[in-house]
Ligand binder design. Structure first.
Ligand code: SF4
Ligand code: SF4
Length: 335
């Protein structure tokens, strides 16, 4: 596949000159190239803006308070129309901090009206801002699933990645969510946490780290949750810059390649989803979006089921992060 070679690709392409096999070659080796999406797409993940109240060191979106990209209500409406037309069951809302888009609640209301399951990805701290403090009740009322990022269960590690005070602020919001029934046994309000490694290493086994989070958050703060997703860091955005500046890019890629697990390939998330950027462009996943690696069809305004299903996925070397070990996706381990 011809890709639009931009600077992030050049950085990942240089790995071939040091003998690291490309992801395409790896897929060919196991007769899995070209990688194609399934017969029906179940998830539309939409990135409704790059604005965020935080500027995390590992952020693949390079989000932050200085960003201005925000999805319009018109593009949101087009996304909902496609979901309706093609029976896409789940709307997965991401960002930046999705809450900072003024149409975030409108989108959730519209999606629940057409009976779609809604997931909102949340950095927790934003809900401590008085302008967004009403959102936990709003989420509960609309049965929105909250997927909350919490890099670690200790203050030191979390604040190192996200900034001073983030851990304590996150704990306060988790307690509020629990109070509303989120993540409590017997409740249908789902609260899932996201862990990601604090450096250039692979996530540990999801089951083990989930047990550690569960025990520590319960013992220290009385917090409960449904599941923990262990997501690897992708060599994209700020994390890619960190890898390069620290001289870790090649060793990290070597780790990902050495941990390639062919059993994860059939379950990579792009096979079951389509990703939409703030301005309506379509991608196979949020990582491809940040690398500007577009797919067919190109824009939500020109999107037909026959193009989405069974489409050829635009893979590149960053895809090794999806297939290392137990695999990594927005829903955690793949196998
Ligand atoms: S990782 Fe999440 S919370 Fe942190 S800057 Fe990026 S979008 Fe914001
Ligand atoms: S990075 Fe994206 S395109 Fe590549 S395998 Fe993972 S989900 Fe698919």
């Amino acid at each position: 596949m011809n890709v639009n070679v931009t600077s992030p690709f050049s950085q990942l392409d240089t790995l071939e000159s040091v003998g690291i096999k490309t992801f395409v070659e790896k897929l060919k080796e196991i007769q899995a190239f070209p990688l194609k999406s399934g017969d029906h797409i179940n998830i539309m993940q939409i990135n409704i803006g790059k604005v965020c109240n935080l500027s995390c060191k590992h952020c693949h979106v390079e989000a932050g308070p200085q960003r201005t990209e925000i999805m319009s209500q018109e593009i949101m409406a087009q996304c909902l129309q496609v979901m309706n037309d093609h029976q896409i069951k789940t709307l997965d809302i991401t960002g930046g901090a999705p809450e900072l888009n003024p149409n975030h609640q409108w989108l959730i209301r519209q999606a629940t009206e057409i009976n779609r399951h809604v997931i909102t990805r949340c950095n927790l701290t934003v809900l401590n801002d008085k302008n967004y403090a009403h959102l936990p009740e709003f989420y509960a009322e609309h049965k929105v699933e909250v997927v909350a990022s919490l890099p670690y269960y200790t203050q030191k590690n979390t604040d190192r990645m996200r900034g001073d005070g983030v851990f304590q602020s996150s704990i306060e919001v988790l307690k509020q969510l629990n109070k509303l029934g989120y993540g409590r046994e017997g409740s249908d309000l789902k609260l899932n946490l996201v862990y990601n490694p604090g450096g250039a290493f692979l996530p540990p086994a999801q089951q083990g780290i989930e047990a550690d989070f569960r025990r520590n958050l319960l013992d220290q703060y009385g917090i409960t949750f449904n599941s923990l997703y262990a997501i690897g860091n992708f060599p994209v955005g700020r994390f890619l810059t960190f890898l390069q500046k620290s001289g870790n890019l090649q060793p990290y890629m070597e780790k990902l390649v050495a941990a390639f697990n062919p059993e994860t390939v059939s379950g990579v998330m792009c096979r079951d989803q389509i990703s939409v950027s703030w301005d309506g462009y379509l991608f196979d996943c949020d990582f491809n979006q940040m690398l500007n690696l577009s797919c067919k069809p190109k824009h939500i305004s020109d999107c037909k089921a026959e193009d989405l299903n069974g489409r050829e996925i635009a893979v590149h070397n960053h895809c090794y992060a999806c297939t290392a070990g137990s695999g990594s996706s927005c829903g955690g381990a793949v196998v």
